[in-house]
Write a protein that binds this ligand. Structure first.
Ligand code: HEC
Length: 636
């Protein structure tokens, strides 16, 4: 009797030790500085056991969503000394300037940090989904120092103690206030972020800070002087095995002499951000003209046959494999492998193509690349294994093989069944986990690129679904069905502590794990705090956009750089003391020269100078096409 009992205890102890020794952590977006998406240290899952997965806990935290932004991708860290003993923590940051740390086992709150926002007077009143003026960067954990770094919406870097969330050192300015900043990355003691969309006039580029150095110096690399070329892969920049920094830029002219690197993969030196090399597809002009940004995804960096490759995609639907050793030139246009376009047959700028990081897994000497693709596959997407029509999106799996010339190329392996708007995938223990986000991907009114859609976050599309697929064959092994009730935008998963974690726009965090008959019932926790504002009570965007279709990209400039003070409809905002551009009396009282002067040189009464930031040609179009077009008698 006693013997038997001891045996059981030993068995339980053994099982517990084995389980804890085999589970990993996830301390940065995409698991590591290379953004591999592979949880190499998480061994709880196998293709044979994931069919027993289910919800372990769900916790709702008090965060105020701002437009499409809710919670960042989650992070997991083990063995943190807290006031309540040693814990494994799940960390997530929220759009309205918070960091939440939960007990990864139970979902209960361990601590939260609410950031006081500085410089509120410079926060533009009129946000939108392009410029939410929100906390947007996934934090990064430095486990050895028991520290987490986060950036608040005002661009300040916060250094928090992992044990209780208190500020270890006072916040310091890192990225421009109310810019759109992307996930933090950390290497060699230096932190990196990237900037896009020109929000609150911030230039696009990469930013670095050494938080430990005296004076905490900040280095910058601007990818464009005239706006555009935003680096908006949600993973920010990735970091190679030698410390090199990689980022992919969005639409803009490509003109190195003028310091403009549109639709380019950049390679920068660590710390200084000196430009070390780049790859630009020779069809960059087409990509920019059709708004097919390459900068939709952070390059994933991986080893293959003694080379280090960086893989990116874009809305164009092609996959680019760049040999990072060949980026210094002399040929910056012909060095990459370019796949056929596998998604986005119609070459449209929204809802189709590649919009997130790829996952690069090496298994038994074979390199795999998993591509989250939105919309239906093209005719070129012929995969030996497929699981029926995938009209809303899919994971496409490739092996990286050697071409006749010895260079890498992609060989299609399998395409998943339909996954609506997939986020970047995670591989753990031979299982590929992917979240179909259920987000509404429509961006503009009536398919007209100049008419930015307002209130996109309120348009229902669906709810998120977590899928577990066999990483070798794509066969679906398990899915969360209707368990997740919300949707999410530009987030990601974390694998660690024997669980898969996902977040949704409504402030919910879900933990899924392996379940047995003796598992406790799923826990549900609501962290108290101010209730989220009703959608209508949020900073409301004006109903009528100023957009005039024939003014093309000028509308985008207006939406991004002018609407915050002048209103999206150009009718002025009383609090900003801006005139009503549609008023015939105002129009009649101004010459074109007055307006060009004001735009170029600013005025004494609050109109900023855009000369040097926006090219004279674009200023001319803003005045002659857009502003004059808003006047009376003009066809709208
Ligand atoms: C930070 C707020 C702000 C931003 C951003 C801004 N403006 Fe203004 N703008 C103002 C204010 C305030 C005035 C009124 C100032 C005055 O009467 O001198 C003004 C006035 C103007 C005028 C009228 C000047 C005149 O001579 O009466 C024009 C034209 C104009 N803005 C265009 C733009 C355009 C185009 C953009 C975007 C590229 C832009 N503004 C961005 C604040 C802003």
């Amino acid at each position: 009797m006693i013997r038997k009992k001891t045996g059981v205890v030993w068995l339980l102890l053994f099982a517990a030790c084995a389980a804890s020794a085999q589970t990993g952590q996830w301390t940065t977006f995409g698991h590591d500085p290379q953004r591999s998406g592979v949880a190499g240290d998480e061994h709880a899952f196998t293709p044979a056991n994931v069919s027993s997965m289910g919800l372990d806990w769900k916790t709702v935290v008090p965060n105020q969503p701002l437009y499409m932004n809710g919670l960042t991708a989650p992070l997991v860290v083990r063995g943190v000394k807290t006031g309540a003993g040693e814990k494994n923590l799940l960390l997530v940051a929220g759009s309205s300037d918070h960091v939440f740390a939960l007990d990864a086992e139970t979902g209960e709150l361990a601590w939260k940090a609410d950031f006081a926002v500085s410089q509120t007077e410079s926060r533009p009143a009129d946000g939108g989904w392009l410029c939410p003026y929100a906390l947007n960067a996934t934090p990064v954990i430095e486990a050895e120092k028991a520290i987490v770094y986060a950036v608040s919406s005002d661009g300040r870097l916060h250094t928090l103690d992992l044990g209780d969330g208190h500020a270890v050192i006072p916040p310091t300015q890192f990225v421009p206030a109310f810019s759109k900043m992307w996930s933090l990355n950390l290497s060699g003691g230096v932190l990196y972020s990237s900037i896009s969309q020109g929000c609150n006039h911030a230039a696009s580029g990469v930013v670095a800070i050494d938080p430990g150095a005296p004076g905490r110096p900040v280095a910058t690399f601007y990818s464009a002087v005239n706006g555009g070329a935003g680096i908006w892969g949600r993973g920010g920049v990735s970091i190679g095995f030698d410390g090199s920094i990689y980022g992919a830029t969005g639409d803009a002219p490509f003109d190195p002499a003028a310091n403009e690197y549109g639709d380019t993969v950049l390679k920068l030196a660590p710390r200084t951000l000196r430009l070390e090399g780049y790859y630009t597809p020779s069809n960059w002009e087409y990509i920019t003209r059709r708004d097919l940004d390459m900068g939709t995804s952070t390059p994933v960096v991986f080893r293959w046959n003694h080379r280090v490759l960086a893989a990116v995609g874009g809305k164009e639907g092609a996959i680019y494999l760049t040999d990072t050793a060949q980026m210094s030139g002399p040929d910056h246009h012909a060095t990459a492998y370019i796949s056929p376009r596998y998604t986005n047959a119609g070459q449209t700028f929204q809802s189709n193509g590649i919009w997130g990081e790829m996952t690069a897994w090496t298994d038994a000497g074979q390199s795999w690349l998993y591509v989250p693709s939105w919309g239906a596959p093209t005719q070129a997407a012929q995969f030996p294994i497929s699981y029926g029509p995938a009209s809303d999106g899919s994971i496409m799996a490739f092996t990286v093989v050697t071409a006749a010339d010895g260079k890498p190329m992609l060989k299609p392996a399998w395409i998943s069944s339909n996954i609506a708007v997939p986020d970047p995938a995670v591989v753990a223990g031979g299982v590929l986990f992917v979240l179909g986000t259920g987000e509404n991907t429509r961006q503009v009114n009536s398919g007209d690129i100049s008419r930015v859609l307002v209130g996109r976050e309120n348009l229902s599309a669906g709810h998120a679904i977590l899928h577990a697929l066999d990483a070798h064959t794509g066969k679906e092994l398990w899915s969360s069905g209707d368990t997740i009730t919300g949707w999410t935008h530009f987030s990601g998963l974390a694998a660690g502590e024997g669980k898969i974690f996902a977040t949704t726009h409504d402030g919910a965090i879900y933990a899924f794990g392996l379940r047995t008959a003796s598992s406790p019932a799923p826990r549900s926790t609501v962290v108290p705090g101010p209730p989220p504002l009703a959608a209508a009570a949020r900073a409301s965007a004006p109903a009528a956009p100023a957009a005039i279709p024939q003014c093309g990209e000028t509308n985008v400039i207006f939406a991004q750089r002018c609407a915050m003070c002048h209103g999206a409809d150009g009718k002025g905002i009383a609090a900003s003391h801006t005139p009503d551009f549609t008023d015939p009396v105002w129009q009649a009282g101004k010459t074109d020269k007055d307006l060009i002067d004001a735009l170029t040189n600013g005025t004494d009464n609050g109109m900023p100078a855009f000369g040097g930031q926006i090219s004279p040609t674009r200023i001319d179009r803003l005045v002659h096409c857009l502003l004059r077009g808003l006047g009376p008698g003009q066809q709208r």
